[in-house]
Design a binder for this molecule. Structure first.
Ligand SMILES: [Zn+2]
Ligand SMILES: [Zn+2]
Length: 303
């Protein structure tokens, strides 16, 4: 359960970027289901490259399967085409890799899908390039499959987008292709139940957070005070428009080498920004170095 800004909701562990033998993954869809079910996942999206894995043909073993794919239209980057995860496409969805990116995104959204910009730091997409896309709903902040080349985190790209007024929630994903990508990043969805309707409603309305391990049990913002409760963490930082920030806990905060405190809650008073909207998000890290990230909230100027 989570108290998500005043709503008590169930939490569902989701793998929202997963490959299979339907593209370049090493496991069959049935094996992928078995693996993720075995680790307590509730929701699984197959996101094969340019291929819609039909969920009606699979037994989710109790997990909610989201019919999805990863799309690769041409991008403005010399390094890579776009990598865009489209969650919840219909049986009628026709993928055309030659279609221009914005047109493809608009088509997917009209089909009922939610489109997420995958692993921007890996591909070298700049925040300005992503900001030009309309109709995307989230950014991947963590991607296990790129940790071997040091490009698993996309926090800076995410925050630059927020600075530009493009404030997105984030997912953490395995982008699983083979065994070494398993179970290191996932998305926690806050919803009344795990029907596909409730799950997609929660995703489309930002009721989720990204994690590599730590769990939030409460997120709250009221009267300029942000509060959160979470599993034990030794680094707790509130990020906001630069150059400010809010340090609740960080290793050797006082510089005396006295070690690190472990917290399970925080309370941050956020000053009013008179001139412009403020975004705010909480980032926590446990003793194993695993992060969790809350979605940013926006506090309107002067309020
Ligand atoms: Zn990709
Ligand atoms: Zn992928």
């Amino acid at each position: 359960m989570i108290d998500f800004y005043g709503n008590r909701l169930n939490t569902y562990k989701a793998s929202l970027h997963t490959h299979s033998t339907n593209s370049d993954g090493s496991y069959s869809p049935d094996k992928v289901i078995e693996l993720y079910k075995g680790q307590g996942y509730d929701v699984l999206a197959f996101t094969d490259h340019g291929f819609v894995t039909k969920t009606a043909e699979l037994d989710g073993k109790g997990m909610t399967l989201i019919q999805s794919l990863e799309m690769h239209p041409k991008s403005p980057s010399p390094n890579s085409p776009w990598h865009l995860v489209a969650l919840n496409v219909s049986d009628q969805f026709m993928y055309d890799s030659q279609r221009e990116a914005q047109s493809l995104i608009d088509y997917a959204v009209a089909d009922g899908a939610m489109v997420i910009c995958a692993h921007p730091y890996w591909c070298g997409f700049t925040s300005a390039q992503i900001a030009a896309l309309k109709n995307i709903s989230a950014i991947e902040v963590y991607n296990t499959s790129t940790r071997y080349i040091g490009r698993q985190f996309s926090m800076q790209t995410w925050d630059e987008l927020s600075d530009m007024g493009h404030v997105y929630p984030v997912t953490a994903v395995d982008d699983m292709h083979s065994s070494h990508d398993l179970f290191r990043g996932w998305t926690v969805i806050a919803a009344a139940d795990k029907s596909i309707g409730s799950v997609m409603d929660a995703l489309k309305h930002g009721r989720f957070y990204a994690t590599m391990g730590p769990e939030f049990t409460r997120l709250s913002y009221k009267d300029h005070v942000f509060e959160a409760s979470f599993s034990p963490c030794c680094e707790v930082i509130g990020l906001t428009n630069p150059p400010r920030g809010f340090c609740v806990a960080v290793e050797d905060k006082d510089g005396y080498g006295t070690g690190t405190e472990t917290l399970t809650e925080c309370r941050i008073k956020i000053p009013v920004n008179e001139q412009s909207d403020r975004w705010f998000r909480l980032q926590i890290k446990d003793e194993k170095g695993r992060y969790a990230w809350s979605a940013p909230i926006v506090i309107p100027a002067g309020q």
